[in-house]
Design a protein around this ligand. Structure first.
Ligand SMILES: [Zn+2]
Length: 335
């Protein structure tokens, strides 16, 4: 994958670090600009398509046009004093939080018309299908974009002399990992795209939970893979959407293909069997472990003490690469 041309002198340490820092900022916002419509042949430019069901969700969550989300920034680590990318909560514009550049204007309007033109009806098979389909597409887009940024980052590391490009190196492996995951999810989505084209909405099963709360708390959307144990040969996938529908209620919608039903039942049983705050706690952990994109109401966020914020970021960071089974009261995300 890497450029083999590696005859340059290594840059002095500080110069190399400065260049990598500039590179990080320059590429952080770059994303895959391709329409992910079924078939993969649309060449029109992708636009900022809406992925949260409609403006109502953001109306419930945002304050002064912003929500709180996790972002990577470059900062000096307080204990090691080494400068590098770290995660923190930042103000995110409501429009940025509820869109992604995954479809061209025509396909976004055509495919998701039934989802966006009326409030979500939890018994409407087509709306639930579209909601999951959009989460899956969003995750493909996020994985491909991460892969692309990582690959460019790897090339830059080779350029400044940190990596050779001639052997397996972590930065290169990471890029490959994201791209492979994006490709696998695209393959998983293929039959669902065909189902969409022939309006066969039985190709996804859904579990819909209604959660009561004191105030709108957060919205999350993703598609993740999991294995119940080491004996499971291939990954199962699950799409997840959580969002407020009123001041006092949120919906959590978990969607999967019929072939994964048995695994999904086992995977979800602790959440489905729980109720009240414990159910919301387990769901919060599921979101933190598997959703790269989740957005919190600033009104709720501002009530959280610093140690809670730090525990959430730390759990989120650990589970980016592996599952964490840790129990921690601070991971509760509801008001
Ligand atoms: Zn298109």
């Amino acid at each position: 994958m890497a450029s083999r041309e590696n005859t340059k002198e290594h840059l002095p340490r500080d110069d190399a670090r400065k260049q990598m820092r500039a590179f990080f900022f320059e590429t952080q916002k770059s994303t895959l600009n391709k329409c992910l419509a079924p078939g993969g042949v649309c060449t029109a430019r992708a636009i900022k398509a809406h992925f949260v069901q409609n403006g109502r969700v953001m109306e419930l969550l945002a304050e002064n046009g912003h929500v709180k989300g996790v972002r990577g920034i470059v900062k000096k680590d307080r204990s090691t004093r080494i400068e590098g990318p770290i995660l923190e909560f930042a103000d995110i514009g409501r429009n940025e939080a509820s869109t992604f550049e995954g479809f061209c204007g025509r396909h976004d309007a055509e495919i998701f018309k039934k989802l966006d033109s009326s409030p979500l009806d939890r018994s409407n098979e087509e709306q639930l299908y579209l909601l999951a389909y959009r989460s899956i597409s969003h995750t493909i887009h996020a994985l491909m974009s991460s892969g692309m940024r990582s690959q460019r980052g790897y090339q830059e590391r080779i350029r400044v002399g940190w990596d050779s490009g001639n052997e397996p190196e972590p930065a290169g492996e990471m890029a490959l990992h994201f791209l492979m995951q994006g490709y696998e999810l695209w393959t998983y989505r293929e039959p669902l795209s065909e189902g969409l084209l022939r309006s066969d909405f039985q190709m996804l099963h859904h579990r819909v939970l209604t959660l009561e709360h004191n105030a709108p708390s957060f919205a999350a959307s993703a598609c993740f893979n999991y294995r119940l144990n080491v004996r499971q040969e291939a990954d199962s996938y699950m799409a997840i959407n959580v969002f407020p529908i009123s001041e006092t209620e949120s919906l959590a919608i978990l969607s999967y293909i019929p072939e994964d039903s048995k695994n999904a039942d086992v995977f979800l049983s602790p959440i489905l069997e729980a109720n009240g705050d414990y159910q919301k706690y387990l769901l919060s952990k599921l979101v933190l472990a598997h959703c790269q994109n989740f957005y919190i109401s600033p009104r709720l966020f501002n009530t959280w003490p610093t140690n809670k914020v730090n525990e959430i970021l730390s759990f989120f960071n650990q589970t980016l690469l592996k599952d964490a089974a840790l129990d921690n009261e601070h991971l509760f995300l509801f008001a």
